[in-house]
Write a protein that binds this ligand. Structure first.
Ligand code: 48H
Length: 259
């Protein structure tokens, strides 16, 4: 019978190629300029801007799909709103949008997928899903990387030791949980306030103002920043998340250039 596939790939070869490719990348990611914990909108956009400046970036997300809280839109209705202030960013990321009543309406599916596609187009960004950041790596009085474990191991609460990935700067972009800042706070107290009630206009201003360096080498962006500093939450509007990622990229690149 005529074969439809003229270049068949054996099971053995599939295993070999996947393991070689994945572990080459993971080996390379043992040391980066910046580690970003959380592949939501603020973390991904920050990664893109840092990569454009030439930094080597590793993005880690504990879940199966990068994109964080974008996918679900509002209450599972797959649309999000962005302010006209970020129209230029949507064009740059090639995300389709519709303007109505002086605001931009975007499909959460195209927002998340375009942001992920853009992130994966950079050779100097490595993105790993299903890897959980479980601690900070702290050397010489500064944050110098993160401690990671396989998410499945974490979910099962198995007693399996984690490993370290080193970097010159770390961004906590873990959203509402602010995981890394909370881990830092366990050892060195920072004034953790918790996010405030919902108010889109206030929350969107807050998230940019609250994007800061928490400690030498540790930065916070997005919903995590509002959680740390008591900013309002803002519901399904996302311009502030992109602008927070942009501010984080500026703070991190200034820090890296000065150290
Ligand atoms: C690795 C982790 C870990 C960990 C969590 O929540 P996100 O989308 O983050 P932001 O801040 O970029 O965007 C916030 C936005 O999505 C949102 O929630 C809004 C606008 N809410 C408003 C409101 O009123 O509720 O993404 C964070 C990512 C997720 O993908 C997590 O899986 C990941 O971080 N993450 N990754 N190690 N320990 N913890």
């Amino acid at each position: 019978m005529m074969k439809n596939i003229t270049n068949p790939v054996s099971d053995e070869k599939i295993s070999r190629l996947i393991l070689k490719s994945y572990f080459e990348d993971l080996y390379d990611a043992v040391s980066s300029d910046v580690i970003i914990a959380g592949a939501g909108p603020s973390g991904l956009y920050c990664a893109i801007l840092l990569a454009q400046k030439g930094f080597k970036v590793t993005v880690l997300d504990k879940k199966l799909s990068p994109g964080g809280g974008i996918w679900g839109g509002a209450m599972s209705f797959n649309r999000v709103i962005l302010q006209k202030d970020v129209e230029g960013i949507l064009k740059e990321l090639e995300i389709p949008y519709k303007e109505e009543e002086n605001a931009l309406i975007v499909s959460s599916i195209s927002f998340a997928s375009s942001l992920i596609a853009k992130t994966t187009s950079f050779n100097n960004i490595k993105i790993f899903n299903l890897i959980s950041v479980v601690d900070l790596y702290y050397i010489d009085e500064k944050i110098s990387g993160v401690v990671v474990n396989n998410s499945a191991i974490e979910l099962q609460k198995l007693h399996v030791d984690p490993m370290v990935l080193v970097s010159r700067a770390v961004l906590d972009a873990t959203g509402h949980e602010a995981v890394l800042v909370n881990l830092y706070n366990k050892r060195t107290k920072v004034d953790l306030v918790n996010e405030f009630f919902m108010n889109a206009e206030k929350g969107e201003e807050d998230v940019i103002n609250n994007t800061k360096m928490i400690a030498p080498g540790l930065f916070v962006s997005g919903m995590a920043a509002n959680n740390v500093y008591g900013g309002y939450r803002m519901g399904p509007i996302f311009g502030g998340m992109l602008l927070s990622g942009k501010k984080a990229a500026k703070l991190i690149s200034d820090y890296l250039n000065a150290h």
